[in-house]
Design a protein around this ligand. Structure first.
Ligand SMILES: Cc1cc2nc3c(=O)[nH]c(=O)nc-3n(C[C@H](O)[C@H](O)[C@H](O)COP(=O)(O)OP(=O)(O)OC[C@H]3O[C@@H](n4cnc5c(N)ncnc54)[C@H](O)[C@@H]3O)c2cc1C
Length: 379
């Protein structure tokens, strides 16, 4: 578990070079313009850095969760706005790979491998984020089709997706067991993405509402079986939470590197600020938390790759990495003093980008809820 294979080291190096050469130089541009980073995505696709966990039989590289963590950390070190745009495909694909028919996987995962196309995972609604059961979207069966109505909110890639993984009620009385998952194509009648949301950070990532008005979905586009939507949507997080945790580690590492460097250059009271214990201890804390967060993410990922249940560790790693990342970015701004608060210096973007890790894919409060449930309900 502590030794990476030669292939894993090469993969990590390739992702690092990509982040250094293709992401870092344009990160501020995409933050300021909020443009979608298509040119970066196209290059990443060419190199095989997009959709890395699509199995080989569908044209992908079939990488494991730990492999994906290595890529995710480096890409996030480059720019988490661009990384989120890229890796939202992984979130949309995860439940499809888990539960879809062979034909659906070939069609929809295959498409993303062939071309630099995007996908989106659409679970959240205006009144249903942490409280998934409160969702209002419905899909009513009519012959060999389902008719989908409802609105999703805060959906990453909603404006650029070629297809959406969507969860809706097919039987509200059954609560979680009455939810069904579908693949819905962007071009189908009745699919309407909303305006681009202007977020605090990760501003080039495309976040929008998306509305479905009487959208006709062929029955073969059900992912898994009727009633499996909630389970698939949640199981997907067992794969994606370790990788998102690794993303938080990459961002924290970037903030740490900037802060450590600055602390050796900036002088007050006649000496570098790194020699003031208050600053040195902040940097020491950053380092230890980054190392611990990485190990937790790798543990959650390694369990997944071994086929073991990893829900407990996936949530532990997500909350630990997200909280550490936000704290580290806040401290990095502190170490830069007034310069840290300014857009000419790199750390204010990192602080803005860091907040979302405590919110998307389940808030830090919800991760603690899951951890507590795993500790108490399963004993
Ligand atoms: C930029 C961005 C991108 C996103 N991308 C996607 C995406 O691609 N697909 C998708 O489906 N969703 C996406 N989301 C939605 C995201 O997952 C939700 O915002 C998140 O789950 C929180 O839901 P909420 O916003 O409804 O907050 P709420 O659920 O209303 O929570 C509000 C606050 O209450 C706390 N809280 C709620 N319930 C409890 C409880 N039982 N115990 C303790 N505290 C609680 C929360 O932790 C939070 O602090 C995205 C959100 C953002 C902002």
């Amino acid at each position: 578990m502590f030794e990476l294979t030669e292939t894993q080291q090469m993969l990590r190096d390739m992702a690092h070079d990509f982040a250094a050469n293709e992401m870092r130089p344009v990160a501020a541009h995409y933050d300021q313009t909020m443009e979608y980073p298509w040119p970066v995505i196209e290059k990443a696709h060419e190199l095989g850095l997009m959709n890395p966990h699509v199995p080989e039989e569908y044209g992908g590289m079939g990488l494991g969760c730990l492999d994906e963590c290595l890529v995710s950390e480096e890409l996030a070190w480059g720019c988490t706005g661009i990384r989120t745009a890229m890796e939202a495909n992984g979130l949309a694909l995860a439940p499809v790979i888990l539960g879809a028919t062979d034909a659906l996987k070939k069609k929809y995962a295959g498409r993303l491998i062939e071309e630099p196309l995007m996908a989106a995972y659409a679970l959240t609604e205006p009144d249903a984020g942490s409280d998934v059961a409160n969702m209002r979207s419905t899909a009513v069966k009519k012959g060999d089709k389902y008719i989908l109505n409802g609105s999703k909110m805060w959906i990453t890639n909603a404006g650029v997706a070629n297809w959406y993984f969507v969860v809706a009620y097919t039987d509200k009385d059954k609560r979680h067991k009455g939810m069904t998952a579908f693949i819905v194509e962007r071009e189908w009648d009745g699919v309407e993405p909303g305006k681009k949301e202007i977020n605090l950070g990760q501003r080039c990532s495309d976040t929008r509402a998306v509305t479905f008005h009487d959208v006709e979905i062929p029955a073969e586009n059900v992912v898994g079986e009727e009633g499996m939507g909630w389970l698939l949507a949640m199981k997907a997080f067992d794969h994606t939470r370790p990788t998102i945790s690794a993303g938080a580690v990459g961002l924290a590492r970037a903030a740490f590197e900037h802060a450590r460097q600055y602390a050796t250059e900036r002088k007050t009271m006649g000496r570098p600020i790194a020699s003031h214990q208050a600053i040195a201890f902040m940097i020491a804390d950053m380092f230890k938390d980054i190392e611990a967060a990485r190990l937790l993410a790798w543990k959650a990922a390694a369990l997944k790759d071994r086929g073991e249940r990893n829900t407990l560790y996936a949530s532990c790693s997500k909350v630990f990495a997200a909280d550490a990342c936000h704290r580290i970015c806040t401290d990095a701004v502190q170490i830069f003093g007034g310069y840290g608060y300014n857009t000419e210096y790199p750390v204010e973007k990192l602080l803005r980008d860091s907040k979302i890790f405590q919110i998307y894919e389940g808030t830090s409060q919800i991760q603690r809820l899951i951890i507590a449930r795993e500790l108490f309900d399963r004993v």
